[in-house]
Ligand binder design. Structure first.
Ligand SMILES: *[C@@H]1O[C@H](CO)[C@@H](O)[C@H](O)[C@H]1NC(C)=O
Ligand SMILES: *[C@@H]1O[C@H](CO)[C@@H](O)[C@H](O)[C@H]1NC(C)=O
Ligand SMILES: *[C@@H]1O[C@H](CO)[C@@H](O)[C@H](O)[C@H]1NC(C)=O
Ligand SMILES: *[C@@H]1O[C@H](CO)[C@@H](O)[C@H](O)[C@H]1NC(C)=O
Length: 618
């Protein structure tokens, strides 16, 4: 396990030789989840997923021959958690595509005489046939899919059309698992997209049409297939609509048709957001700003509030369209390790604000897609893995297959100067007990620059004398587009997406009798410390009982209690009230008495054989 190569990990015993610029931060992680706050729900094995714009499906899946890069990359992740990532097939293009049973072949056809509303793209611009769903079947077996249906089209026969589309999708897939429908994409933008132009488009009008579609699909399609009513994900506010008074907030939607019969048609709320959107955000994005962690939490405030409202309705909150930069990414930011660190941090952060699943949105021509599925028309590159894919690998190895892992955010105090909003700490709990420490340093550090290091000094009396394994998410710098490694693995070196060993191998460290553990994290790097084994090697055995329990709770396979800080028996297990008022319990509590904290004894860490690692730092 010991690497002779330069690594950015070391223990405090060796740190006497560190330079004057060495910085450190002290942490006392709660040993059990009971005092950890904020704490996520149990993480779904499909939590870290992807969204695919419906017109980009074929490039990602392949057609008669599957796209093996896509297949291999998704299968890698399935090996870590037991379930492939949750895929959403949906987006704006979905509201311009009609299902046509007579259309054959793997082509999305342009309608010669579109008559539907919508500018610049009419709601019947394109049509496709049954082969579309055969292509979807190219994803790994059991892939959970949310599929978006066209609600924008309101021409004659629209209701029969949406029912036929739903029916064809469920009939058309054998290998994958469509677990829910999204009816309409970002309906709050239907006015702007001129899908609805008469001025009467309100949340109430949306709710009525949504209900009409959901009830018809249930009665004519789902019932005969013994599928329950709660199969639909109503769309909440799109990020770009936040300046318009947020009429599609959950607090308003609960009084519309989407909440018909006390919400029996709702699987969960379908939220979209981006950190930054080209042509909409009013500033020029830089990697430096992307890596300012306070920017993400302030941008996400609106969605944190929505997540709490979702919790109050007793339904999960799914972030089905997300990314640092929409819609196509920015070259030099989205395809770099800066975006990998952002994505990794965001998965952890979103879980702790009670987001139940995150889909990073992909198109066939986007620097934001974690891989390029076919030869790119934009830059001529061949299919390849992008750096951000490693964020998925890292989070999925952390989640593992036990179906009983929660993540908690740990608030850092006394952040060293120059590192404000650049450091983050998360801990995971397996079966309630501290298992993994995650230290993130987002200080921008271009390849070849002189890089600083921050030492995270943990006080862990209960771990004294125990063995921990330190794994890195790293690259040459925040600007690196190639050769990221996670946990000593590469997904690029093979050329096929299969994993090979590469880069700095995990380090084995014995926590000293004093219970102190110091972990050095280079600028633009994350380090994951796992108790007892290298992360991803022991927790990948599927715990069938836990996983079945989780899968039965919602279609997503995630914890129905929504909030990790409250157990079933509170709002989660009772019928949704569809009250938008807080119900008393606040999953975002911010004061927790740490009176269970054991007495801390601060002594020096004894770390086996790490002295030689220090040469890595200058
Ligand atoms: C993809 O992989 C399968 C199974 O390994 C193989 O049969 C097929 O030829 C591959 N397709 C391509 C396009 O390489
Ligand atoms: C449906 O597909 C058939 C076969 O391609 C085509 O002739 C027909 O025009 C399509 N119908 C619509 C409404 O687009
Ligand atoms: C759904 O598809 C099945 C199989 O093709 C068909 O028998 C049934 O009539 C369809 N139902 C509707 C409502 O389209
Ligand atoms: C990435 O690694 C490959 C294989 O070791 C190497 O050929 C390539 O030059 C590296 N790229 C960069 C930018 O370092």
């Amino acid at each position: 396990m010991m690497s002779t190569a330069a690594v950015a990990l070391a223990a405090a015993a060796a740190s006497t030789a560190t330079t004057a610029s060495a910085q450190s931060v002290s942490l006392v992680p709660p040993m059990t989840q009971n005092t950890a706050n904020p704490l996520s729900a149990i993480l779904s094995p499909a939590y870290a997923g992807m969204g695919i714009e419906p017109t980009s499906l074929y490039p990602f899946t392949g057609t008669t021959e599957r796209n093996n890069l896509t297949y291999t990359l998704l299968t890698n992740l399935q090996k870590y958690t037991g379930v492939p990532p949750h895929i959403r097939v949906g987006g704006n293009a979905g509201d311009t595509m009609l299902y046509n049973a007579s259309s054959s072949g793997y082509t999305i056809h342009q309608n010669a005489y579109p008559s539907g509303s919508g500018q610049p793209n009419p709601s019947d611009l394109l049509y496709f046939g049954p082969s579309y769903f055969e292509a979807m079947d190219n994803f790994p077996e059991g892939t959970p899919i949310t599929y978006g249906l066209n609600l924008a089209y309101q021409g004659s026969g629209w209701l029969d059309g949406i029912v036929a589309q739903a029916n064809a999708s469920l009939n058309g897939v054998q290998n994958v698992n469509i677990v829910g429908f999204e009816i309409g994409n970002e309906p709050d933008l239907y006015g702007q997209n001129q899908f609805r132009t008469d001025g009467s488009w309100t949340p109430t009008a949306y709710g009525n049409q949504w209900q009409q579609a959901a009830v018809a699909i249930y009665n004519n399609v789902l019932k005969a297939k013994n599928i329950g009513t709660n199969f639909f994900e109503p769309a909440a506010t799109a990020t770009t609509a936040t300046s318009r008074g947020q009429p599609f907030r959950i607090a308003n939607l609960v009084s519309t048709g989407v909440a018909a019969e006390n919400g029996i048609y709702i699987a969960g709320w379908n939220q979209h957001d981006y950190f930054y959107y080209l042509g909409v955000s009013s500033y020029q994005l830089t990697s430096d700003h992307l890596l300012d962690l306070s920017a993400t939490s302030s941008q996400f405030k609106e969605w944190r509030d929505q997540s709490q409202d979702a919790y109050n309705t007793g339904k999960p909150y799914y972030l089905r369209e997300m990314g640092s930069v929409g819609p196509t990414g920015i070259q030099g930011i989205s395809d770099t390790f800066a975006n990998t660190l952002w994505t990794f941090h965001f998965f952890l952060y979103a879980a702790t604000v009670q987001v139940a699943s995150v889909q990073i949105h992909m198109t066939a021509e986007s620097y934001a897609s974690p891989w390029q599925p076919t030869a790119s028309n934009s830059d001529g590159s061949q299919p390849h893995v992008r750096s951000s894919y490693y964020a998925f690998a890292a989070i999925d190895q952390i989640i593992g297959a036990t179906c009983n892992v929660r993540v908690a955010q740990y608030s850092l105090n006394n952040i060293p100067s120059g590192y404000t909003n650049r450091l983050a700490s998360y801990n995971t709990y397996t079966d309630g007990n501290l298992q993994t420490l995650i230290a993130i340093n987002t200080q921008p550090a271009p390849s070849g620059s002189s890089m600083g290091t921050v030492t995270f000094t943990y006080t862990l009396p209960a771990w004294s004398g125990k063995t921990v394994y330190l794994s890195q998410l790293t690259a040459a710098g925040s600007d690196a587009t190639q050769n990221t490694t996670w946990n000593g693995m590469s997904y690029e070196a093979s050329g096929t997406g299969t994993m090979t060993q590469a880069g700095d191998q995990p380090q084995q460290v014995t926590v000293g009798q004093d219970g102190l553990l110091s972990v050095r994290v280079r600028d633009s790097q994350a380090v994951v410390v796992n108790l007892g084994s290298q992360i991803g090697t022991q927790n990948n055995q599927i715990n069938t009982a836990n996983c079945q329990k989780l899968a039965s709770s919602t279609s997503e396979g995630n914890d129905v209690t929504v909030s990790g800080t409250v157990q079933a028996g509170s709002a989660g297990s009772s019928a949704p009230t569809f009250s938008s008022q807080p119900t008393g319990y606040n999953p975002f509590r911010n004061s927790v008495a740490l009176n269970a904290r054991p007495e801390l004894v601060l002594v020096t860490l004894v770390a086996a054989g790490l002295g030689s690692l220090l040469v890595a730092f200058s």
